[in-house]
Design a protein around this ligand. Structure first.
Ligand SMILES: Nc1ncnc2c1ncn2[C@@H]1O[C@H](COP(=O)(O)OP(=O)(O)O)[C@@H](O)[C@H]1O
Ligand SMILES: [Mg+2]
Length: 393
């Protein structure tokens, strides 16, 4: 089911252990084209480091239309944002560094699962342009790094060429604007002042521009401002039509604003840290999300400050929660320095290992959002949600 394309036997030796079963091994892209003509059941192709980027992108582009279920995983010696951007635009599913054996293993596993789901499901059909995707960044605990993740993801997605809007739904104590050195003139607090029906122009007037392709709908600068959850929902729906990706930062509880964000979400990034209180809170979050019937395949667990020495391991977290970690981010003084300067690490220090992790996570999320199969958001669960919540309360 999986094919490795790599001419260098040494590189094949590095890649092969990450691929389950006995993969086919080919030396060139030409051989791959022949192979794919014959084998229609192929699901995953791993393109090794000796396949040049241009060729890899051409292959991905070609098969994206012809065989949408086929997943292309790219292995690169060097993974900077230009490589990621080119790969992502062409439809490569994942990009992994040559020395990242664990990363490649999980990338192949994910690609295969997704490819199976896509090829087993109904005919995928042509990729229609759809409204932008919405990613909610959530946890049931403060201080775990939601805003760090939201702002860095937002910047990384923009650097990949997407038009991005970060929405700060931490209405009481939102600090996305501060982390981006912005002093917003308008904010969510002005939603109520908009007379008549909310439309794109009205929402646009509330945004603060950060940089090329990155805008922010800030939280109210003052305390005690009432922001109606329904208008937040309307604003999110409009923003999805105006941007490629909307990243929603949340306040850390299942309040009305968060529920609106969840209802409009295509993906949910659950943030946790590797400590007992965070684990307890994540278990509660997982339980509540299950109660809300929020589909697990849309969850992406992000473990922040995941340092091996603190005691709990990533594996323990995954086992206890029953959710695989989509990304792990280590603690770094440089993250704090960037926060205090009002910069995103991905922009101020793109070569930093945490920045590279953010960039590849962003690339994967944008892939997951723009899959050809996604022609509309997941089925709405609003009515069910209302009854479930009442029962749970
Ligand atoms: N990976 C990290 N390394 C070092 N400091 C971090 C990291 N992630 C977050 N922080 C720091 O932790 C604090 C809380 O992060 P924040 O994003 O505001 O959390 P939340 O939004 O969940 O309340 C911030 O001061 C931030 O700089
Ligand atoms: Mg925050």
């Amino acid at each position: 089911v999986t094919t490795i394309v790599e001419a260098d036997p040494l590189a094949v030796g590095l890649i092969q252990p990450s691929v389950p079963g006995t993969p086919a091994r080919l030396g060139s892209v030409d051989q791959l084209v022949h192979h794919l003509q014959e084998d229609v059941s192929e699901l995953v192709v791993v393109l090794g480091p000796s396949v040049c980027l241009e060729q890899a992108c051409l292959v991905a582009e070609q098969y994206r239309a012809m065989r949408p279920a086929l997943a292309i995983v790219l292995v690169r010696e060097c993974m900077d944002s230009s490589v990621l951007a080119a790969a992502m635009r062409s439809g490569v599913r994942e990009v992994v560094a040559t020395d990242d054996v664990a990363g490649l293993t999980s990338a192949v596993r994910r690609a295969e699962a997704l490819a199976r789901a896509l090829s087993g499901g109904e005919q995928v059909g042509e990729a229609r342009p759809v409204a932008g995707g919405l990613i909610t960044v959530f946890s049931t605990k403060g201080g775990v790094g939601k805003t760090v993740v939201s702002t860095n993801l937002g910047a990384a997605l923009a650097d990949l060429g997407h038009r991005v809007c970060i929405v700060d739904l931490d209405v009481e104590s939102g600090d996305a604007a501060v982390m981006l050195s912005l002093v917003p003139e308008r904010s969510l607090g002005d939603l109520a002042r908009i007379g008549g029906a909310l439309d794109e122009d009205a929402v646009e007037s509330l945004l603060t521009r950060h940089s090329d392709r990155l805008s922010v709908l800030a939280a109210p600068p003052d305390l005690g401002v009432v922001v109606a959850a329904e208008s937040v929902g309307q604003a999110l729906a409009l923003l999805k039509g105006m941007f490629d990706v909307v990243v929603v930062d949340t306040g850390g509880s299942f309040d009305g604003h968060t529920l609106q964000a969840l209802d409009h979400s295509d993906l949910l990034v659950l943030v946790g840290t590797l400590d007992q209180p965070a684990l307890k809170n994540l278990r509660l979050a997982v339980g509540t999300l299950d109660l809300l019937n929020y589909p697990r395949d849309l969850w992406r667990l992000a473990l922040n400050r995941a340092d091996p020495r603190v005691g709990l391991s990533v594996a323990e977290f995954e086992k206890t929660l029953g959710v695989p970690a989509a990304v792990t981010l280590t603690s770094s003084r440089d993250v704090l320095v960037a926060v205090n300067r009002g910069e995103t690490l991905v922009r101020s220090n793109g070569g930093h290992s945490t920045s590279r992790t953010f960039a590849s996570f962003a690339a994967r999320l944008s892939q997951d959002i723009s899959l050809p199969g996604r022609t509309q958001p997941h089925p709405r669960r609003t009515s069910r949600r209302a009854t479930r919540v009442r029962r749970a309360a």
